[in-house]
Design a protein around this ligand. Structure first.
Ligand code: XMP
Length: 520
């Protein structure tokens, strides 16, 4: 078929033409493919992050110690995508972080934490500090006898007293108790009915009990409010937020970690290695899939088609692509095997797509393009080929990221952001990611740096989402599935940007200018 615009090329021909060159974001212009007959707010950003998990925003936060802990995991899950909790933490602590996310927002809180009337109030204070939970049914041999919430005690004044002295007793709770047998059996209908009863009750929590008066579950008013405020939030079938966790590629270390994470309710795991396609990674992947076949596993990192296909053969549920391209990464300077991110992503995505089609793997294995993303248009370019983009630096400066706040000489607010291959992070556990067994002749593969503070996730991420939606809209696509169909069918055309073109695409010919986005 003759193209109207013969100067641009379909992806397959484009990468063929530049075969032997490793290209990245700024090397590409993407041409509009279809007439735009819809607004950016109509673009559907949902996608699959693993074979069995759908998310509402095509992003995931990187398993790094300055990014993915429970605070950020909660904030991004409310925005439609998961975090992968890093493993530079003792096993119990990583599992506790997963639990905090799972408990954060629930339809039904199925196994609520309870106390006994004889327990000291100080125990309630501890529970709140450790888990964030402050609504505690009080039970005697599982039978509900009262309720203790934050409104009932002060940590300072009452901590030496007993729960029974401050709890609201059963007789005063009648209006906020529902019998399980009075609620519909179907999960969604039961939740809707329970929410209705709660909203009618004036109370903050509805306690659901079985015929013996034992506590079964509860729903809270703050959960209903959170659901209404965050329509994109991603949840499991019990209505808890989705969260993933990383594990190292050391087969001997991984068993306990995997078991604890699964017990904590993790939704998916990520075998975290800077150089995937290794025997150790295969062993860990096969171990997890053998022991926990229902937990989806992300495998990587790879940058070439062969490594991506190996991952599928070994049982991976998603392939993570990106070597030597992260903003804090010095791998390209100390080892080989790296590749520019757009060529790597295209090459792996195309091979995975063809392999899944040929072997009738349905749903297909998603591709996650990880590292190097610093602008909205870069994310748009990655999503031409990948199902999800993994972010590090773009989330590192948010309020919820655990990195330390620093002020530079000009008084700008920054946050620390370090590579997992830096000496500092490696000593806390991520040495495994870089296959380092001893620090005697240690070669760092990452640096310790800082990024501009970006404010709360709830303000910054919606801007990223708008940016991605605009990328799809500007090419004429309403969703990622139709974009991918068109890209791989050759309908979307690409051009190589010249050096002069790169200059032209940047801001130029101004004496000075201001920026409205907290991009570095
Ligand atoms: P961005 O560009 O989003 O990249 O900040 C995040 C990704 O970089 C990888 N990563 C590293 N790579 N040395 C590396 O070679 C490191 O110290 C390092 N720390 C993180 C990782 O894939 C992450 O998602």
């Amino acid at each position: 078929m003759e193209r109207i615009d013969p100067f641009a090329l379909p992806a397959a021909q484009f990468f063929q033409r530049f075969g032997g060159e490793s290209l990245t974001f700024d090397d590409l212009h993407i041409l509009q493919a279809r007439t735009i007959d819809f607004g950016a707010n109509e673009v559907d950003l949902s996608t699959r992050i693993t074979r069995n998990l759908r998310i509402n925003t095509p992003l995931v936060s990187s398993p790094m110690e300055d990014i993915s802990e429970y605070q950020l995991a909660i904030a991004v899950a409310l925005q439609g995508f998961p975090a992968v909790i890093h493993y530079n933490l003792p096993v119990e602590e990583q599992a506790a972080q997963v639990r905090r996310v799972k408990r954060y927002e629930n339809g039904f809180i199925m196994e609520p934490i309870t106390l006994a009337p004889e327990d000291p109030i100080s125990r309630a204070v501890e529970i709140e500090r450790e888990t964030g939970v402050s609504t505690l049914p009080i039970v005697e041999e599982r039978r509900l006898v009262g309720l203790l919430t934050k409104n009932d005690y002060s940590g300072k004044k009452h901590s030496q007293r007993l729960v029974k002295e401050r709890m609201v007793p059963l007789e005063r709770l009648r209006h906020q108790i529902a019998l399980l047998s009075d609620l519909p059996a179907d999960d969604a209908a039961r939740l809707a009915k329970a929410n209705d009863l709660l909203l009618e009750s004036h109370a903050g929590v509805l306690l659901i009990v079985n015929g013996r008066g034992e506590i079964d579950s509860l729903v809270t008013r703050t959960d209903i409010e959170k659901s209404e405020a965050f329509p994109d939030s991603i949840k499991d079938r019990h209505d808890s937020l989705l969260v993933g966790a990383a594990v190292p590629t050391r087969p001997e270390e991984v068993k306990e970690r995997v078991r604890e994470l699964v017990n904590a309710g993790v939704d998916f795991l990520c075998v975290d290695s800077s150089h995937g396609n290794s025997l150790h990674e295969r062993q860990v992947l096969e171990y997890i899939k053998g022991e926990h076949p229902r937990i989806d596993v992300i495998y990587g990192n790879v940058a070439e088609a062969g490594g991506a296909i190996k991952g599928i053969e070994w049982g991976a549920d998603a392939i993570r692509v990106g070597k030597g391209v992260g903003s804090i990464c010095s791998t390209s300077r100390v080892s080989l095997g790296t590749r520019s991110q757009i060529t790597a992503t295209y090459s792996c995505a195309r091979a995975v797509r063809e392999y899944c089609r040929k072997h009738r793997i349905e749903p297909a294995v998603p591709v996650i393009s990880d590292g190097g993303y610093g602008t909205f248009s870069a994310i748009g370019k990655g999503l031409l080929f990948a199902d999800v983009v993994m972010l590090g630096s773009m989330l590192a400066g948010t309020d919820e990221a655990p990195g330390e706040v620093i002020y530079d000489r000009q008084g700008r607010k920054l946050k620390e952001y370090k590579g997992m291959g830096s000496l500092e992070a490696s000593r806390r556990g991520s040495a495994a990611r870089y296959d380092v067994n001893s620090f005697d002749a240690f070669v760092a593969e990452g640096v310790v740096g800082s990024v501009r503070a970006k404010g709360p996730v709830s303000r910054w991420v919606p801007q990223i989402k708008t940016g991605i939606a605009k990328c799809l809209q500007s090419l004429g696509f309403r969703d990622l599935a139709s974009l991918h169909e068109a890209v791989f069918a050759g309908e979307v055309l690409l051009e190589r940007m010249s050096e002069a073109g790169k200059k032209e695409a940047g801001i130029h010919d101004l004496v000075e200018y201001t920026r409205d986005l907290p991009l570095d």
